[in-house]
Design a protein around this ligand. Structure first.
Ligand SMILES: O=C(O)CCC(=O)C(=O)O
Ligand SMILES: [Fe+2]
Length: 408
């Protein structure tokens, strides 16, 4: 399918009408209903003490299930993955839009309607947590220069206009008007915001840097596939692929191999930093993301600085305590699309190596810290400690590499 990539780059999203033809839509609806019934049993089984009998299904404002669960996947539910997430046409769309034509399947969720109304839904936000990503300006520059490292999907199995977006907001910081409006009320339409109107079978592929809003969550039937494709991804377990066709299993095993390769490259580029090997470091960035431009290198370098920080936090309890909770907790999480390969990744480095690694990125980290505790609306994570908007002078990739040879 030929896509309007210019429109995607400009607006940050692209609606694909009729992504599922009527026959495919019917198959998807059947499989998804079976999956949901299985998930309801799991929610009830795994409910917290004191929770209602249905567990999360009854309490969540946006009940969400993942198809990465082997308890849900079998031949009846396999079409959800085979005919959408790992389908050739889907991967082709992701390839055309991503900065590199290497789409790895990341999350495969379905959002369903809650059992009671939750007006205002998620509130307006970007899926951006600055404290372990990068200032919005750096993310926007990278997007403009290279295209996205990650694209996200909403595919509606029933008519759905819950998602709203501010077109074009993915490649810039918030405007003053947006900040004023969001500070007053982030659970109502804002200037420039438009609903993404999907008919059953339509899909929207978008940048999650956009200012967006899961608006009113009501009891109206919602079955919307949600998740994405990225140049970096990883899987903690692959049991869910057992029931898939061999050709689809191959796609996941190929993703796993690519992930291992990218993790090895990440380690080697960090070792180049330890060795102050500027050329090795630059080559490593190119291996992580072939043909990456200078803004893309800066985004990668900031992500790498977070690995240096996280590794040090995990290995040095006293150092960890110098950081606010939101920063301290992040190393325990997994977020491959920003090169956070999870806590085990830090095992690749000794304590001494981790200290040297931190020396290489410490200056960048302090440049990225803000003097005030920036609390900009629309970003995830309170009390970020890090600069939200403008990329501070000297925090580009080349300045970081130069600092190793000049100042140390
Ligand atoms: O409900 C939606 O369509 C959007 C959900 C969303 O943005 C989120 O959960 O981060
Ligand atoms: Fe979101």
């Amino acid at each position: 399918m030929k896509l309007n990539k210019d429109q995607f780059m400009e607006q940050g999203y692209l609606i694909i009408p009729g992504l599922f033809n009527p026959r495919k839509l019917e198959t998807m609806r059947t499989s998804c209903e079976i999956a949901l019934e299985r998930q309801k049993v799991i929610w009830a089984r795994d409910r917290e003490p004191g929770a209602p009998p249905g567990g999360a299904y009854e309490t969540a404002n946006q009940p969400r299930l993942t198809f990465r669960d082997h308890e849900i996947m079998d031949r009846e539910t396999a079409p959800i993955i085979e005919d959408f997430w790992a389908d050739e046409g889907t991967l082709d769309i992701a390839s055309q839009l991503l900065c590199n034509p290497e789409p790895n399947i990341t999350q495969m969720w379905m959002m369903v309607n809650p059992v009671s109304d939750h007006p205002g839904g998620t509130g307006w936000h970007r899926d951006v947590h600055v404290h372990d990503m990068a200032p919005m300006e750096a993310l926007a520059n990278d997007f403009n220069e290279n295209g996205p490292k990650y694209v996200q999907w909403n595919v509606a199995l029933y008519d759905d206009d819950v998602l709203w977006v501010v077109p074009g907001s993915h490649k810039r910081i918030n405007t003053i008007t947006e900040n004023n409006e969001l500070r007053k009320d982030d659970k109502n339409p804002i200037s420039g915001g438009v609903p993404v109107k999907l008919k059953a079978g339509d899909g929207v592929v978008y940048s999650n840097f956009l200012l967006h809003w899961g608006s009113n969550y009501t009891t109206k039937k919602r079955r919307t596939l949600h998740g994405g494709h990225a140049i970096f991804s990883s899987y903690s377990d692959l049991n869910f692929i057992d029931s898939l066709m061999p050709s689809t299993q191959d796609i996941f095993t190929c993703d796993v191999r690519r992930s291992e390769h990218k993790q090895n490259v990440t380690e080697s580029v960090l070792r180049s930093a330890i060795d102050k090997d500027a050329e090795g470091y630059r080559r490593g960035l190119e291996n992580l993301q072939p043909n990456v431009g200078r803004h893309g290198k800066t985004a990668l370098t900031i992500y790498l600085s977070k690995i240096a920080l996280h590794t040090k936090i995990l290995k040095d309890p006293e150092f960890a305590l110098e950081h606010p909770k939101v920063v301290r907790n992040r190393p325990k999480s997994l977020h491959p699309i920003t090169l956070n390969w999870g806590p085990e990744f830090s095992d690749r480095f000794s304590n001494d190596e981790s200290s040297i690694l931190w020396q290489r990125f410490k200056k960048l980290d302090s440049l990225l810290q803000s003097e005030t505790d920036d609390l900009e609306p629309g970003y995830q994570g309170d009390h970020m400690k890090y600069v939200v908007n403008k990329l501070p002078e000297g925090s580009d990739s080349e300045s970081v590499v130069r600092s190793w040879t000049h100042n140390n």
